[in-house]
Design a protein around this ligand. Structure first.
Ligand code: ASP
Ligand code: MG
Length: 403
């Protein structure tokens, strides 16, 4: 008998009708003689609504109470699912994280699941029950409720799959899976059948918000295959895995792009040891995330230019920090707010030569100027003007046979 973990996201349980639909999906797994464990998010909008309420009470809401408040959304959706399953003739009950318990470590609002005590769950499954478990939360060693970060129900599902030794973990969401690029940017985007954890991590952290990156990391660490599919239509989804079995020989798996990046160039900084560190120290202290960094070769051996990217929201603060920085001197500071990073991602590039050239050539053929370049083993990123993003994605999609 197989054990399957099914996770449903907020839109999948977003209304009473949706919850009834989801219960049919759960029932179909149960009828195939599986042991079925369900993790649910709050109904869509509920967590946001709770956050707004907390702000009306206090803009400095006490941290433990904040988590106690935010964790209530999942209690509602889980009880509704269990209630509906009972109604259609299945043995089911809701489990709040502290009842299992799901034990977390770390600060409130961003805890990590450490352990899940599965003894009672296992007995319940053996007796034919379907446990419906609150995602996104746990209990700490002070017996206080905790939450594990927005969209954390994915991580709950992965950790449940790990501790219960599930055969399958299926993430039901409102998209059909992971796409070669954002379908809103490019109509010919295609659903990816299989993707490696590392590729998914790059895609996820670069903006394709199908799954929370930390939960993909958890899945990778614990070697748990994840199936992402839609709860709205019956179609196969995307398998996120570490196994090389039955992968196509595609070199590039996907293309991602960012929004709201800004580029800063500091012209004429001293070219000596410690200068870059002096520039970035105040930024890191102020939690400003620096992404791409390039330093030009210094022509006269004395001065150089340094270019880096940050989120546009941080631009004003960054400008101020650089101007106030007494440890550095420079000639000029220049900014560009309308830039985006476009990346091609694929483990296939480790062994295939000439990918960098093909990318640059394709962009050149559309007269797209590259501002900054960075590469890793499985990714090449270029910074370009935001107005060229759609054109860049379409030419790269074609170049790497993703159409
Ligand atoms: N309900 C939580 C949120 O909206 C957790 C989740 O959806 O996974 O962030
Ligand atoms: Mg959600």
């Amino acid at each position: 008998m197989k054990t399957v973990v099914l996770k449903f996201g907020g839109t999948s349980v977003g209304s009473i009708d949706r919850i009834k639909k989801v219960c049919k999906i759960i029932a179909s797994y149960k009828k195939k003689k599986n042991k079925v464990v369900v993790i649910s998010s709050a109904m869509s909008g509920v967590t946001n609504d709770l956050i707004n309420k907390s702000k009306l009470i206090s803009n400095n809401f006490e941290k433990a109470e904040y988590d106690a408040l935010l964790s209530t959304g999942e209690q509602v959706s889980c009880a509704l699912i269990a209630g509906r399953l009972n109604h259609i003739g299945f043995k089911s009950r809701s489990w709040q994280s502290w009842q299992i318990p799901i034990i977390t470590e770390g600060p409130y609002s961003s805890g990590r699941i450490k352990r899940v005590i599965v003894k009672n769950l296992k007995d319940y499954l053996k007796n034919g029950g379907i446990p419906i478990i609150t995602g996104f939360q746990g209990v700490n060693n002070k017996f206080r409720l905790t939450t594990i970060g927005r969209s954390g129900s994915d991580a709950t599902a992965i950790m449940l799959a790990k501790f219960i030794k599930a055969d399958e973990c299926i993430i039901y969401t409102d998209v059909e899976g992971v796409y070669t690029t954002d379908p809103r940017n490019y109509k010919k985007a295609k659903k990816i059948e299989k993707i490696f954890y590392d590729e998914m991590l790059e895609m996820a952290s670069l903006g394709s918000k199908v799954m929370q990156p930390t939960s993909v990391q958890d899945a990778k660490l614990n070697n748990i295959d994840i199936n992402v599919k839609s709860s709205f239509i019956l179609k196969s989804g995307t398998l996120i895995t570490g196994s090389k079995k039955a992968f196509s020989d595609q070199i590039i798996t996907g293309i991602s792009s960012t929004k709201n990046d800004a580029k800063i160039t500091i012209v004429g900084v001293k070219d000596r040891p410690g200068v870059a560190a002096s520039i970035f120290k105040p930024l890191s202290k102020n939690l400003i995330n620096v992404d791409m960094v390039v330093q030009n070769i210094s022509l006269n051996g004395k001065e150089t230019d340094l270019t880096f990217t940050i989120k546009s929201d941080d631009l004003q603060k960054t400008e101020k920090l650089i101007k106030q920085n007494k440890k550095i001197s420079f000639k000029k500071l220049s900014f560009d707010k309308d830039v985006s990073k476009v990346s091609i991602i694929g483990v296939g590039m480790i062994t295939a030569p000439g990918i960098t050239y093909r990318m640059f050539q394709a962009l050149a053929s559309k007269k797209i100027n590259i501002l900054v370049i960075s590469t890793s083993e499985i990714k090449i990123s270029v910074l370009i003007s935001t107005k060229h993003v759609k054109k860049a994605i379409s030419v790269l999609h074609k170049e790497f046979n993703l159409d």
